[in-house]
Design a protein around this ligand. Sequence first.
Ligand code: CU
Ligand code: ZN
Length: 496
Amino acid sequence: MVDLVIRNVNVLDGSGSEAFEADVEIDDGRIRTVGTAGAADREIDGEGAYLAPGFIDTHSHDDGAFFRHPGMEFKLAQGVTTVVAGNCGFSAIPADPDADSATASGGILAGLEGEFVDLAGYYAEALKREPAINNMMLVGHNTVRALTMGMDEREPTGAELETMRGHVRRALEQGACGFSTGLIYRPGRWSRTDEVVELAKVAKPFEALYTTHMRNEGDRLLEAVEETLLIGRESGVHVHISHHKSAGRPNWGKVKDSLARVDEALATGQRVTLDVYPYTAGSGRMIEYFDLENPSRTLAEVIRIASCPAFREFEGRMLVDIAKEQGIDVTEAVKMILTAPRGDRTICIQFIIDEADVETNLAYRDMMVGSDGIPDLRGQPHPRLFGTFPRVLGHYVRERATLTLEEAVRRMTSLSAETFGLVDRGRIREGFWADLVLFNPETVRDTATYDDPKREPEGIELVVVNGQVAFDAGTHTRVGSGRMLRYRRSAFGDAQ
Ligand code: CU
Ligand code: ZN
């Protein structure tokens, strides 16, 4: 008898083809049959709901969340069964156990603790906490650079570059899927293009990725796309553009030019992929967005505070309202927050994206979905942390018809699995790992809002991770069946 049968479902197999009626048999963590099922130790009646491969969050900052929140409720309740972490140049590894990684990353990696120094060590520590979902890692440029040369505002010496190469290589050898940059952030922003090319080259023999939060996503978006494509050509590595957007009103609409440039590169045979989050606000470390000498008023007026250790009472509020209450100018409010003790740890939300651009992105052929959620649950985080995947299915598929259901599922599953080297995942197919989500396409929707961001979505009925029921009718079962994945290889802890 097999372990589990899910009967009477419409299977969206992740390939992009239409749903078909079937039962699915699961045994020993994997999908055994798709068709007519026999008896099982546990039987679930899907009652005609839709069964898809578990969603893959191609852009997460969950490195520390695997330690602090191993139940990963905010992802699991969306139907997410795997995340790619280590994005935007910030990764848990490589690490110096004596250094404070949370400070180095401005709070983005909060929660990490333990004695690990490399990917194998991090994976072993993460597994001890019995994570609810799977994790695949990138190794981040900002992390590697800070570990090698601190926050020095200069080019690396030849020896330092060699040390950085060594860190990147070691992570890739241990199973990371690529090298990430965050070139708007410190210290990455101080690197020249050739430094990034040299480090991206390390990924070439592994056929791994170069993923990037580009140097500019606003006034100089198109120049930043050129730099990204150049890095891909010079290194010979597949480039992946993270959270593609055009920030700031004067730049709205430019995503069309940027996508046209990507199409040209694809036509020449270059490998380029992208992801997007389905919201019109970004979110990140506030200090990176402002010149403290002369804070931008235009930006300050569209800022909302997500997390603020210095002033917890400001969390969840617009900066203009805070300034009015304090009787100060909005640019003064920026300075007050950022210069306070631990002010540099403030995470903000900025309303800088055009809705039409979100739809242009989601309508683009192979656009993947990444939440970019920052898992700081003490504050009032951007709702994308809890809502991204149901929002695509509810708002953009059902209400707006920006893309079809089959296509949305393909881009959240098989396309992402193939791009990020997740072996035997991303499809409902015999022999594949049983990472599954059962949902109702008529009711699925995000409920997390900017005012009330920590709400789990509706319409996600069941989530299975590696064959175990992890989420069932709103309940997190805490089976802890998540695994640590290695690029195009078996999971960490398994034989090669
Ligand atoms: Cu990011
Ligand atoms: Zn980013």
